[in-house]
Design a protein around this ligand. Sequence first.
Ligand SMILES: Cc1ncc(COP(=O)(O)O)c(C=O)c1O
Length: 437
Amino acid sequence: MSSERRDVLHSWCVQADWNAPTIVGGSGARFFDDTGRAYLDMSSLAECMNLGHQHPALVRAIQAQAERLCFVTASWGAEPRAALARRLLELSGFEGGRVYFSLGGADANEHAVKFARQASGRLRGLVVARDRSYHGASYATMALSGDARTQRQADPAAFGVVRVPPPYAYRCPWGTTRESDCGERAAQAVAEAIDAEPAGSVAAVLMEANAGTNGIVAPANFWPRLREQTRARDVYLIADEVMSGFGRCGEWFAWQRHGEAGRPDLMTLAKGLTGAHLPLGAVVVSAEVASRLEHEMLYTGLTYCGHPLACATGVAALQAYEDEDLIRRSRSLGASLLQSLQALALRHAAIGDVRGGDGLFAVIEIVRDRATKAPHGTWPETPAPLRRLVVRAMEEGVSFATRGNLIIIAPPLVIAERDLADAVALLDRLLGEIDWS
Ligand SMILES: Cc1ncc(COP(=O)(O)O)c(C=O)c1O
């Protein structure tokens, strides 16, 4: 038994089942284990290594910053922190706004809720979030998430959270079959949830703008309609861009696909912000929110918020996205990826739905019966044949991620076109070879 298997308490797994290779290096879309095996990374690990593994410019930036200054707290200035905030405000068009730096996605979401509550003057205001969402694994973000895995651990009501059904067009909670109808109904459900509460009691709506861990990709009309509904009710809209940001959905931030009609009041970032080379999250707040907070005491902060090493990595990451034109690349590769997955769906009855493709993020939903859409088991169980597919792919040097009955395809944005095509071809072959009965 390896010492890691014996000594480390690993997240999101049964300890007794953990038995993974030790990874010692990586390059581009591949990482390598200690026996010299290479794996093509079709999920950017946790959908976070958008820039690939061991990006040389990021490694250099970390080294250079470490030589100069590793750490000061947020009560002192730090050059890379200011530079990263400036660049994020420019890229998002949140001029006059401000950026708060956190350690990752969950605490970015918690802080976004804190700021929205404080700015709205509703310190314990309600937050509307949705089923089949994921916002993190801290207590408050478990309460915010509509995630079957953690549902029993946190009480949404205790955290002031109200949940609504998701914009899940393939299995639309309102029984509609047209995508746009489902998007409209889902935005309407948020409006109704706000209206059902006493006037002025809802502080914010927190939702993923596009890609999310639970595999929902909202119909295109959902987000702008949600924006209209929340604006009409004077309720802040928080976009959780932790996964969907930094090119994953073909834009710097997924809401930008809708232009100004999609602009949230606050957005949360992590993952691609540093391409996961160091832990960092952020909350970007609009000028309006910033002005409301300007003379207020913020009773919050974690020791490592705005860590200079992490911020320097973020600055280098943004430069790399630009230098390598990765946002546009993700958009164009995402469109062709979607087409090739749709072609797979024509050949394999195991595929019930294919969605995404705004960038290099796509979801394949596996079903037992395509006509009835019956799944193999209950969400979020991963069906045994799908587990076998992942093992077979791993044996052939390709790492696919699954969530329940979904295959989540989200490779680094630097993946070579040949590698992407080969991975889809492997999927095609394995989908045919696996016994799905
Ligand atoms: C949409 C979204 N929000 C929040 C989080 C939580 O981020 P972290 O794991 O950095 O706390 C995740 C992580 O997968 C995510 O996908």
